[in-house]
Ligand binder design. Structure first.
Ligand code: ACO
Length: 310
């Protein structure tokens, strides 16, 4: 038995913040943001919508798609670095709202690699036979930890949520291999400051990401005895189109086989990969039997990749 995805869901706030609007806020230009990052607009949650509200909507959507009821969920894992408060976790907040009272619940902190950390944790419980259905959510309200006067960061990020219900599938489906990693020596390059906003040394993170994304994507394919030619679809963390392109080139994948929604949502950290996966499943970009590679990196530094057959 393998652990696979039974259903995907996502949620993004309605409010769109365009590059043009950012031109009024900091010394930047639509042209600079588009050419350096690929971002055209991002979604921003209103004041009365917190991280747990977005997580709840995405989770509900994934459970409908998976046809799994609240009392059938055994574990809830929420990947986020922007929880509503220090404690309780977002996972327990949505447990109550969903009515999933049989589920254990906790948050996972691995920044933009958080969804992969969540998936891999869920997989262990499912394959051990200790839990059947695991709800994994990647969610961020990054707008609340943004320095809106820092052009190096405020043009990059957005808010949103993506969710998966994982459960047992046949041996030839589901998660086939994974790689998780961390290097705490990277903390100076990307972290939350004492003022509670994001600090980032873009150039350092860029160099790391270009190398790590390609390597990890290839590693998970080779671990199962396949080659890059066997990959049907690539979902890279939507951080910067140039970083995503580097991963795509490493796998030799044509443009139409790489997921891309960065132009609409910017970098939504832990939510980026599950939002993309949810959109790709719903639009039919991912087809029955496809070998899909997810790969991401983030603050920590952390990274993760997963190869699965849909
Ligand atoms: N508008 C205009 N100019 C800008 C802006 C902006 N929004 N931001 C930076 N610049 C300037 C810089 O100040 C710099 O000016 P200088 O040369 O006078 O010092 C110039 O543009 C070029 O800066 P670079 O850093 O060389 O630009 P680069 O091409 O590397 O692009 C970017 C910057 C987009 C940030 C890139 O480095 C990048 O994508 N890095 C990775 C970011 C990332 O993916 N982070 C993940 C974080 S996820 C998480 O864990 C929360």
């Amino acid at each position: 038995m393998n652990a696979g995805i039974l259903g995907m869901g996502h949620f993004v706030p309605e409010r769109i913040l365009t590059n043009k609007e950012l031109e009024e806020m900091v010394d930047t230009s639509d042209e600079w943001i588009r050419t350096r990052t690929g971002i055209e607009e991002r979604r921003i949650a209103p004041d009365d919508m917190n991280t747990s509200d977005m997580a709840y909507e995405a989770a509900k959507n994934a459970m409908e798609e998976a046809e799994v009821k609240a009392d059938e969920i055994d574990l809830i894992l929420v990947a986020t670095v922007t929880s509503d408060m220090g404690f309780p976790s977002v996972a327990t907040q949505i447990q109550a709202r969903l009515g999933a009272f049989k589920a254990a619940a906790m948050d996972v902190s691995a920044a933009c690699a958080g969804f992969m950390y969540g998936m891999v944790t869920g997989k262990q419980f499912i394959e051990a036979g200790t839990y059947k259905n695991v709800l994994i959510v990647g969610v961020e309200k990054l707008s609340k930890i943004m320095n809106w006067e820092d052009r190096n960061t405020c043009v990059l990020f957005g808010d949103g949520a993506g969710a998966a219900v994982m459960g047992p599938v046949s041996e030839d489906r589901g998660v086939l291999s994974f790689e998780l990693g961390a290097d705490g020596r990277g903390i100076p390059h990307l972290h939350q400051t004492e003022e509670d906003v994001i600090y980032m040394n873009g150039r350092e993170v860029f160099k790391f990401a270009v190398r790590q994304m390609g390597e990890s994507a290839l590693n998970v394919v080779e671990k199962i005895g396949l080659t890059k030619n066997d990959v049907d679809y690539l979902i890279p963390h939507q951080a910067n189109i140039r970083i995503m392109e580097a991963a795509r080139e490493k796998l030799d994948i044509p443009v139409e086989k790489m997921s891309k929604n960065i132009q609409k949502y910017g970098n939504t950290s832990a939510a980026s990969i599950p939002i993309a996966l949810s959109e790709d499943v719903k639009s039919g970009n991912i087809k029955d039997g496809d070998l899909v590679v997810l790969v991401g990196f983030g603050g920590g530094l952390t990274w993760g990749a997963v190869a699965f057959r849909w």
